[in-house]
Write a protein that binds this ligand. Structure first.
Ligand code: SAM
Length: 235
């Protein structure tokens, strides 16, 4: 993910430009802090006060120069208009959030409004075109068969959430003035890996990441990835 975001930034903005980044639903702030370390000005918006506290603690451990570049706010990604003026950001990240938002189009339109012309909207969503893959590879045939006809699923935390289909989001992005410019698959080979499972040794991890990276940008593999990373650009 980080590599894909960096690649899009390099592709779309002059080298060395200090970008204004908004990370909606930033969670513990992994991407927000990474982009601040890269020199950008980052605003994180998070609705869960506990998660926000974790992000604040992570930020407090950073050097002062990086802390100065980060602003963390409690708030709902569906109400960005209440927090920020239009066109104030070069990059808006919304990673791993859409699945929790029932009517996502209005929120996406709000995020597109936050972008300056040429700004990048980076979305990470559960792939609604490949929901049968996880149960199918686990041999759960009833669940696999049911998954073909729905975008609703139960995530690993046991929550009822929603996946999104590439064609639907492509249409939405066009409709909100931030048409899709690039997309990647994420977790093509490693969706079966459990959270907390220990990582492979360094050399093997490198090969795993290289294989994932290649598959994530190659048809037909990327189309059955567990997650989709969509990049829209404000016209
Ligand atoms: C799966 S985590 C992803 C965190 C981070 N973006 C990442 O990619 O690692 C989803 C986060 O989105 C937050 N979230 C969900 N709905 C939200 C909303 N409507 N507004 C703001 N944050 C939201 C959750 O509290 C959680 O911290």
């Amino acid at each position: 993910m980080g590599r894909q975001v960096d690649e899009q930034i390099v592709h779309r903005f002059p080298v060395g430009q200090r970008l204004r980044v908004l990370d909606v639903g930033m969670g513990q702030g992994t991407q927000a802090l990474r982009l601040a370390r890269a020199g950008h000005m980052v605003t994180g918006l998070e609705q869960d006060p506990d998660m926000l506290a974790v992000a604040h603690a992570a930020l407090a451990a950073e050097p002062a120069g990086i802390q100065e570049r980060v602003r963390l706010l409690e708030g709902d990604g569906r109400e960005t208009g209440a927090h920020f003026g239009p066109g104030g950001f070069d990059v808006v990240l919304c990673h791993g959030v859409l699945m929790y938002v029932p009517e996502a189009d209005a929120m996406l339109a709000g995020l597109a409004r936050m972008l300056a012309p040429g700004g990048l909207l980076s979305l990470l969503v559960r792939n609604g075109d490949a929901l049968a893959m996880r149960p199918g590879l686990e041999g759960d045939w009833n669940a696999a068969l049911a998954a073909f006809d729905t975008v609703d699923y139960t995530n690993r935390l046991g929550l009822e959430v929603r996946a999104d289909r590439l064609a639907d989001l492509t249409a939405t992005l066009s409709g909100i003035g931030a048409p899709l410019q690039a997309w990647y698959g994420v977790r093509v080979f490693t969706d079966g890996t459990e959270a907390g499972e220990s990582l492979p040794r360094e050399a093997e991890l490198e090969r795993l990441l290289a294989a994932e990276d290649r598959a994530g940008r190659t048809d037909p593999y990327r189309g059955v990835a567990a997650l989709l990373h969509l990049c829209g650009v404000r016209g």
